[in-house]
Design a protein around this ligand. Structure first.
Ligand code: SF4
Length: 202
């Protein structure tokens, strides 16, 4: 059963052009210093949100919401994500995913069941480890970009500018262009009150 860390019942910004609910999935294998959702990082934590209660909520929103977006944390960390995505699609919702691209194989299986993907591109691929603190993360992200582009699913790639220089951003743009990834957006870093990570104090 998918482990849920939280639910936003209504948003207009998480799936372009759609009224959506956002399901926050628990757990992430990476440790970016600027993470907006540090409470979602521990894959074993349980926030007390049962998947059944999310489904009950969604049944009451059929015809009122357009889409359900799975965010996190890193949703693809959980093997059961694909069943959850299929279930909400069967209810008539469009399906969206926010991902860092940490699990390209799982993402590949998921893509046919998605209507939109937003992927965070954290750094030039060779510099990923300095952001995620996990070796090999850049190669996983590169492969995920390739898979999203190959799938033809509607998508957006975006970078949160935190600890990156203009050259880094220009390099990311070049790398994405080479992979055929359009729809690139740069977003400003937003500090989170109470976040005590070292990078946030700098
Ligand atoms: S990949 Fe996303 S959820 Fe995971 S640590 Fe980085 S910013 Fe946080």
């Amino acid at each position: 059963m998918i482990n849920i860390g939280g639910l936003t019942p209504l948003t207009t910004t998480d799936f372009p052009g759609c009224l959506s609910a956002v399901v926050f999935c628990q757990g992430c294998p990476w440790r970016c210093g600027y993470c907006h959702n540090p409470h979602l990082l521990d894959r074993h934590a349980f926030a007390g949100v049962a998947w059944k209660s999310v489904l009950d909520f969604l049944y009451r929103r059929v015809g009122l919401l357009d889409a359900v977006v799975f965010s996190g944390g890193e949703p693809t960390l959980q093997k059961s994500l694909i069943d959850a995505v299929k279930e909400v699609r069967k209810m008539g919702f469009r399906t969206g995913l926010h991902t860092s691209g940490a699990y390209p194989d799982r993402l590949n299986s998921l893509l046919p069941h998605l209507d939109w993907v937003g992927m965070d591109v954290k750094a030039p691929f060779e510099g990923y480890e300095s952001v995620t603190h996990v070796p090999g993360s850049g190669e996983k992200a590169r492969r995920s970009v390739e898979l999203i582009v190959e799938s033809g699913v509607n998508c957006e790639f975006r970078t949160t500018v935190h600890g990156l220089g203009k050259r880094d951003v220009a390099k990311i743009e070049r790398e994405l262009e080479l992979l055929g990834a359009g729809h690139y957006k740069i977003q400003a870093f937003r500090s989170v009150p109470g976040l005590s990570r070292e990078e946030d104090r700098q």
